[in-house]
Ligand binder design. Sequence first.
Ligand SMILES: [Zn+2]
Length: 273
Amino acid sequence: MGKRIYSIIICLVLLVSATAIGCSRRGESDGVSSSSEYQETLTQISTVGALLDGVYDGVIPYSDLKEYGDFGIGTFEGLDGEMIALNGDFYQVKADGVAYEVEGSVKTPFACVTFFDVDKEAKLSEGMDYADIQEFIDCLIPTENIFYAIKISGTFSYVKTRSVPRQTKPYPPLVEVTKNQPIFEFNDVKGTIVGFRSPPYVAGGVNIPGFHLHFITEDRNAGGHLLEVQVEEANVCLDYTSKLFMILPGEGSDFYQVDLTEVKRKELEKAEK
Ligand SMILES: [Zn+2]
């Protein structure tokens, strides 16, 4: 009981200063607007469990993935970097830390995309770090049992990201790859954090429970998988997403052979945090 009251007090304190500004509403030139059935859907390619086990072969090309969303995160065939999709533009942050535009023919082994609409927005306080931002968003949301697309735009006094180097077959598991991940640090940088908050019940290997965020600079030159951040001035926009559509790798894929019965939670934490 004590913990619950403590959480409510933290939420009240955080929300007192929350004001609604910044993000454009649906239909207000915030990138591609699709009237398709995927508008309010999180579309996911493969599973995090498969990625942890080294299933890095591409499932669908990015030209097809764009049909399912204009916003999201993911990776590339052979684990060739971190993907950020924003306003319909898709970027690939390779192991050199540079963001490249994604060619439509390139395939993805894992991605999560949606068409971003703003359902909730708020201003973040100066000095908030990654843990503070997670706590703040947890106070904003009405339930942790649905998915949320998260967009945080602004100026950050500090951002720390990582990428991953391209792998060749036989593919090593993700924890082996991330042992030697290149790290990038940014100071006083403008940009956008893109990603999702997933419900706790995806922890069986479907996705990463909680937050999974990537970063792209305003000039779209650099970014990566977000490891740490400190806010100078930024707004957070949330898109409540209660539909999930999954596209799993087809016949002949390593996906058909890999054992996904075991939940590798410790490996997931090591690989993604
Ligand atoms: Zn990531």
